[in-house]
Design a protein. Sequence first.
Length: 139
Amino acid sequence: MSEPVRGLVVSHASLAEGLVQSVRQIAGADADVLRAVSNEGCGPEALQNAVRDALGGSPAVVFTDMPSGSCAFAARRLTLDRPETAVICGVNLPMLLDFVFHRELPLPELVDRLVNKGKAAITGSCRETPPHADRAASR
């Protein structure tokens, strides 16, 4: 791939902008590396046009907040005419940070990596024992 992949976060309300701003603050990423689009106030056609305009002509990964709904549908429709575009649904901050630092990878390899990174970042527990509740504290 001749140029690094660009990223676009497409979400409901202001989620995309918040995620993109967080990535920029943490990683110092340029505005052209990762952009945000909200579906707020957009019908299906307007959202698809906004996503198309934000992507430009570069190879890209479109990150959406959910696997269904207007954001994912708009992104998937665009991939029909853009072979160098991938869609990843269920975006999270660790996934986006990894994207910024590995966007030079070939698109299929990058997508696999990002999905794995995003899944690995999701953890949970109901209750931890006191010594493990704050892993940053000295023991």
